[in-house]
Design a protein around this ligand. Structure first.
Ligand SMILES: [Fe+2]
Length: 235
């Protein structure tokens, strides 16, 4: 069994300096030198009414798609597109002067669903594969917004070390013939707690990210966690 340091080394062939990435030049200026940028509550006044609206829609539990369930209960749901989401998307399209590709509002519920560390342990159909340490393997930049207060252990977005130092190139059939989604997960990687960084933030907390540094999503332990992600395709 490889230790965690050696596991990371097996991915080094694809590691790249963020600023030397061939798509770096297509990124908005916010990403100068860093693939993860905190905007904190900078946009809160602009977004707060839409955020309340989205929370109300999630709370009334109408118009939800179940993404994952456990013990016959939904543990991760997606809110169908509503006007308030579109308004936030439009806000950031104006900010970046760039059309978005897609957006998604999800609510995660506390659950005892086992956390897997190896992709062979799960079926993709009912497992949130973002729980694995991974890169998204997309030429995207994204906006993440916490729609409720998020603290450590309550559905926080997590990453390893400094994102700009743990950044990876796009895996393609050219660089890895026959690659699958499993090649984008860091199989069996189990870092120590002190190597893991957590994004904690209040309701309305915004961060921008280029999702090709090592990161993962987590389920909340005691409360629900609501998140809006907007994806923009580069170029
Ligand atoms: Fe991801």
């Amino acid at each position: 069994m490889l230790n965690t340091k050696n596991i990371l080394e097996t991915y080094n062939w694809n590691k790249i300096n963020f600023c030397e990435w061939e798509y770096y030049k297509f990124l908005p200026n916010d990403f100068k030198e860093f693939p993860l940028v905190y905007k904190n509550l900078y946009f809160f006044e602009d977004l707060k009414n839409y955020i309340s609206d989205i929370s109300n829609n999630l709370n009334t539990k109408t118009d939800l798609n179940i993404k994952q369930s456990f013990n016959n209960k939904p543990i991760r749901v997606e809110l169908n597109n509503i006007d308030s989401i579109n308004r936030i998307v439009n806000f950031f399209e104006n900010y970046f002067q760039h059309k978005s590709l897609k957006s998604q509002v999800t609510r995660s519920y506390p659950s005892d669903f086992p956390i897997y560390t190896n992709t062979d342990q799960c079926s993709k159909e009912n497992y949130w594969i973002s729980q694995f340490w991974h890169i998204d393997n997309l030429k995207h930049f994204c906006v993440g917004i916490y729609l409720n207060d998020v603290v450590l252990g309550e559905g926080d977005f997590q990453f390893i070390g400094q994102p700009e130092n743990n950044f990876y190139n796009i895996i393609s059939s050219k660089t890895k013939p026959g690659y699958t989604w499993k090649d984008t997960r860091f199989n069996d990687y189990q870092p120590n707690d002190n190597e893991i960084n957590s994004i904690e933030g209040e309701r309305g907390f915004v961060f921008f990210f280029v999702p090709n540094f090592i990161h993962r999503g987590t389920f909340p332990k005691t409360t629900t966690r609501d998140f809006l992600r907007i994806d923009f395709k580069m170029g």
